[in-house]
Write a protein that binds this ligand. Structure first.
Ligand SMILES: C[S@@+](CC[C@H](N)C(=O)[O-])C[C@H]1O[C@@H](n2cnc3c(N)ncnc32)[C@H](O)[C@@H]1O
Length: 219
């Protein structure tokens, strides 16, 4: 996607103290799909710099908890209900850390994961899909029955396939493109509600060997 100058949502985020314009996407998606409630346990995959964490922390309140995970370090939060982990969401070590800080099964898993873009569209779409599938695998391992999963993906040939994969594990799957999405972007969010525990995703029940890599670190 071509470079775009800072837009109205970027400026609004600065004014309102959000760490990213992406916060407005989650606010809109939550209004539409009612993903989070006070007291919920939420996992936010690909959480840096933390706009979604701010929104989720507000929605779950003091009784809830939000665990934010990213390859990049995330600036610290004053809020006590936000726990930050640095690590690769595709590694088993990271899942172990998420479980250990979550304090129970998750009510909701959010994924705004995005790979570092190469500019080669097909390669970028395929890396993004891999991340979506990794997020789905992780969601299926940490969600409680009836839980929700929100995942960013891109419009393309594989969208239908990914939607049906989600449909194997959730009672409903809907698509949405929030108003705060940049013009020209082909990103879209899939909201899967009503997790049906039992069958893990067909591909990649376990993790690829990552011994010695992806050393997640609690900040
Ligand atoms: C679009 S940003 C997320 C923005 C965030 N939702 C917010 O509101 O500030 C996508 C993030 O995904 C992270 N990411 C990509 N691959 C990852 C991986 N394998 N494990 C953890 N984080 C990853 C990137 O480091 C990047 O910070």
């Amino acid at each position: 996607m071509a470079y775009q100058p800072k837009d109205a949502f970027y400026r609004k985020a600065k004014e309102q103290g959000f760490r990213s314009r992406a916060a407005y996407k989650l606010l809109e998606l939550d209004r539409r799909f009612r993903l989070m409630r006070p007291g919920d346990r939420v996992v936010d995959l690909g959480a840096a710099p933390g706009g979604w964490l701010q929104v989720a922390a507000g929605l779950v309140g003091r009784e809830g908890v939000v665990v934010g995970v990213d390859l990049q370090p995330i600036g610290s939060f004053k809020a006590r209900n936000v726990i930050l982990l640095q690590g690769d969401i595709t590694s088993a070590e990271t899942e172990i850390k998420i479980r250990s800080v979550l304090g129970g099964m998750a009510d909701c898993v959010l994924s705004d994961l995005a790979p570092r873009l190469s500019g080669i569209r097909d390669a970028d779409v395929s890396r993004s899909l891999e991340l979506c599938r990794s997020a789905l695998r992780l969601a299926c391992r940490v969600l409680k029955p009836g839980g929700h999963f929100l995942v960013k993906t891109f419009v393309g040939e594989e969208l239908k396939g990914l939607s049906s994969e989600l449909g194997e594990h959730f009672a409903s799957v809907e698509r949405s493109r929030p108003g705060a999405t940049r013009k020209g972007s082909s990103e879209i969010y899939l909201c899967a509600k009503g997790f049906r525990a039992g069958n893990l995703p067909r591909r990649g029940v376990g993790y690829e060997d990552s011994a010695g890599q992806n050393e997640g670190q609690q900040l």
